[in-house]
Ligand binder design. Structure first.
Ligand code: NAI
Ligand code: AKG
Length: 355
């Protein structure tokens, strides 16, 4: 759905990819896309990723996502987010949304005035709070599973991690890694974010080296942790990477599925993004029922087991971890499709979705 509101300057696209598992759920990204086609391509790819993420995390939602075309630093206003909320409301419960790159829980407090189909809102507004908190936790579980697979131990200490993007998720991941005694290489186009982390590192006695742009692909780190844009794993960067593994929060890290095979050939273990970064989804899905922090934590911890299972399946079948993960999710969706045609869900589930 293309959303245009000249009065507030809102230009947005909402994409619903698949609703086999339930109503579509996915965050809303704000970026100054150069063209509408760029925005369309991004939202379509992201919404497909959400279908797989929901299946992997075993939540009863389908894949959807939204993008707002605009600069998050200069184009935001309460009215713009209210207008966006009205478009979401017009979908009548088919699509639930919240934060992503470039948006914050506070932005969606405005949208919440127009629709109940908003998630990831602050606790004082009845939500579970910032979804980047469990996302970052999930990345840490993903890194532990990855280390277990490579080194036989979950320990994060004493290894080096190259983090791209120090935003809501990347910064929290960096802080936790420093607390665990890891070494970091970091980069962000936002200088303030890098400086904040350097200050944090000083207070924790941690070792952080800031690098610029493409240098992040060339470090001697053990693991590359992409926490900014998608498409960063491509022909050019695979040539540069010297890490043993890739595990981070960015959505759609691989430019194409075949890049999963290239990583396998090069001996780089790839943690499928939609498994590693599903902590936020788990929390916002939970928010739509009766929120329960213990349940969120438990399901986020399961990222460790799911990822190890995918690594093992990929090894057994001699396929890339992406192929193994996609198959795992497609099987789940297929199984549900068969049940859907049998039951028509005349009654809401016991833990009914917020109206
Ligand atoms: N927030 C969440 O809970 C979730 C986020 N993700 C994904 O994780 C990634 C990060 O999300 P957030 O931290 O929420 O976004 P954010 O907008 O808070 O942070 C992104 C950071 O990346 C930086 N950045 C942008 N382009 C860059 C580049 N070329 N090189 C280096 N840094 C660059 C930005 O300056 C910013 O500091 C995105 O791909 C998002 O889709 C996935 C699942 C959930
Ligand atoms: O984090 C959210 O608000 C929803 C989940 C999502 O959009 C994502 O995992 O990419």
């Amino acid at each position: 759905m293309f959303c245009n509101d000249p009065e507030t300057g809102l230009k947005a696209i909402i994409a619903i990819h698949n609703t086999t598992l339930g109503p579509a759920l996915g965050g809303c990204r704000m970026r100054p896309y150069k063209t509408v086609d760029d925005a369309l391509e991004d939202v379509l790819r992201l919404s497909k990723g959400m279908t797989y993420k929901c299946a992997a995390a075993d939540v009863d939602f389908g894949g959807g996502k939204a993008v707002i075309i605009g600069d998050p630093l200069s184009d935001k206003s309460p009215e713009l987010f209210r207008a966006f909320g009205q478009f979401v409301e017009s979908l009548n419960g088919r699509f639930y949304t919240g934060t992503d790159m470039g948006t914050t829980p506070e932005d969606f407090v405005h949208a919440l005035k127009e629709t109940n189909c908003i998630v990831g809102v602050p606790e004082e507004y009845g939500g579970n709070g910032d979804s980047s908190v469990p996302t970052a936790k999930g990345v840490i579980y993903g890194l532990e599973a990855t280390n277990k697979m490579i080194y036989g131990t979950t320990s994060l200490e004493g290894r080096a991690y190259a983090i791209q993007g120090l935003g809501k998720v990347g910064f929290k991941v960096a802080e936790t890694l420093l607390e665990f005694g890891a070494d970091l290489y970091v980069t962000d186009i936002n200088e303030a974010a890098v400086n904040n982390l350097l200050m944090k590192a000083e207070s924790l006695n941690g070792r952080v080296r800031a690098v610029e742009g493409k240098e992040i692909y060339r470090t001697d780190a053990d693991v590359f942790v992409p926490c900014a844009l998608g498409g960063v794993i491509n022909d050019e960067t695979i040539e540069l990477l010297r890490v043993k593994a890739i595990a981070g929060s960015a959505n759609n890290q691989l430019l194409e599925t075949r890049h999963g095979d290239l990583l396998k050939e090069k001996g780089i273990l790839y943690a499928p993004d939609y498994i590693v970064n599903s902590g936020g989804l788990i929390q916002v899905a939970d928010e739509l029922y009766t929120p329960n922090k213990q349940r969120v934590l438990q399901k986020t911890r399961a990222i460790y087991d799911t990822l190890l299972e995918i690594y093992q399946q990929a090894e057994k079948r001699n396929v890339s971890t992406v192929i193994a993960a996609n198959q795992f999710c497609e099987d789940r969706i297929e199984r549900r499709k068969r049940r859907n045609s049998f039951f028509n869900h005349a009654k809401p589930a016991k833990w009914a979705i917020r109206s």
